[in-house]
Design a protein around this ligand. Sequence first.
Ligand code: GUN
Length: 304
Amino acid sequence: MTAIEDAVPSAATGAALIDGKAFAEALRGQVAQGAEQFARSTGQPPGLAVVLVGDDPASQVYVRTKMKTAADTGIRSFPHLWPGSTSQSALLELIRQLNEDPQVHGILVQLPLPAHLDEAQVIAAISPAKDVDGFHPINVGRLSQGTATLIPCTPLGCLLLLKDRLGDLSGLKAVVVGRSNIVGKPMANLLLQANCTVTILHSRSRNLEDECRQADILVLAVGAPRKFGAGYIKPGATVIDVGINRIVSEDGKSRLVGDADTDAVSAIAGAVTPVPGGVGPMTVACLLKNTLTAASAAEGLAFD
Ligand code: GUN
């Protein structure tokens, strides 16, 4: 199964919709097989500690989805759902304990943390070997050197979809809009490693529309609901929409939309990821893949 075999033309025109949901399901199936082998060899399943501080509703939904999907894949979650008043020292002590716990192979601290906490210090406290988000400075450095094994989940998911759709990415012009540590910067690094010519655009960039229109691969990761329409798209381009924005539509109903105006983009693009059902499910599947990678490395096995 590949995403593009399942890709169907979008309603508006001929652009294919890249089915991230189906691709993620297949990937989770592979991870589940590896997790089962891991459990048979070691007598325990891969373990993922999930840390959430505070009651941000979106973060609560993401964390619940991650734990439920982990359970369905044969990965044991260790939830640590702590109040928004949690202190920096208490959180660092929790991370220290999780680093030493042999049942925990991966540690996920859901971001953003409440404003009074020092996010960078918390991330740096996670053992690089258990850093299944790939956010620790050591893993960021490895990614930039091309030696990473734990790669940030959303960019990894985007890369897998792109390779499935396009095969060899060498020489393609890739434009990444957004420069976050979670998506934009690691995405650009991965595309560079895949031999793309990479441009990163951000809020201060000039001629955004013209720059985007040069892209064979356009990755949108800014959180601007439906900002990117037909004028930003090169004919035939592959558009990866990382935005997940909740809006209230004219009928008063709340719904999720991406950074792309998907119908308008579909008139010009060759393929586009839908929201929901595109990149989102790949992020969760890649988290589980990274957990299996971390668990296997900890035991000197190769099940990922
Ligand atoms: N918040 C938004 N995306 C992510 C992610 O990929 N990992 C973590 N830990 N927090 C996030």
